[in-house]
Design a binder for this molecule. Sequence first.
Ligand code: MN3
Length: 212
Amino acid sequence: MEQHYPFTLPPLPYGYDALLPELDERTLHFHHDKHFSTYVENLNKLLEKHPDYQDWPLERLTGDWRQLPEDIRQGVRNNAGGVANHDLYFQTLAPLPATEPEGALAEAVRRDFGDLSGLKAAMKTAALGQFGSGWAWLACGQEGRLSVVKTANQDTVQPLIPLTGCDVWEHAYYLGYQNRRGDYFESWWRLVNWPQLSEVYCRLTATCPRHP
Ligand code: MN3
């Protein structure tokens, strides 16, 4: 999200019923229009009285929150993270049918995880192993190295670049799955927009096929 204060809520990139049966309309409505929206509103409220930081892009707020004045430091950490993480979450899901990594990303998955089921297993372990609220991420590091990491609350994976993340806060799945985080993970996995991630990965690593 290339933005600075005042932040605005990006629209859901598909219909509220587009991810059925994996994610239901009510879950998407609450998750996007209430939870995501609240992070945006809270972040704006925090920065309202601090003009010095209003030109900081989101990536700087999430990366450099330690440099902020004490009265807004923790709030910006939580809410700028919430904005960045949810923006990526909704942008990197897509309606069924399920897809798979392509091109350079497919090769990187084989190199770093053996195969797609190896990556899925690592992601599931991270998603189920995150105690309490947080995220499991597929992230890109130096030289395009892929890794799976988990973060607590709304912390980001910086300085790694997140390709996609599974939100394991209960608000992401409780209406549809109650306490069954593993079932939610399986549904989330089927919705990952691999063609889009593949495109992002090849741009990050400058391995895109050249078009004449
Ligand atoms: Mn969430």
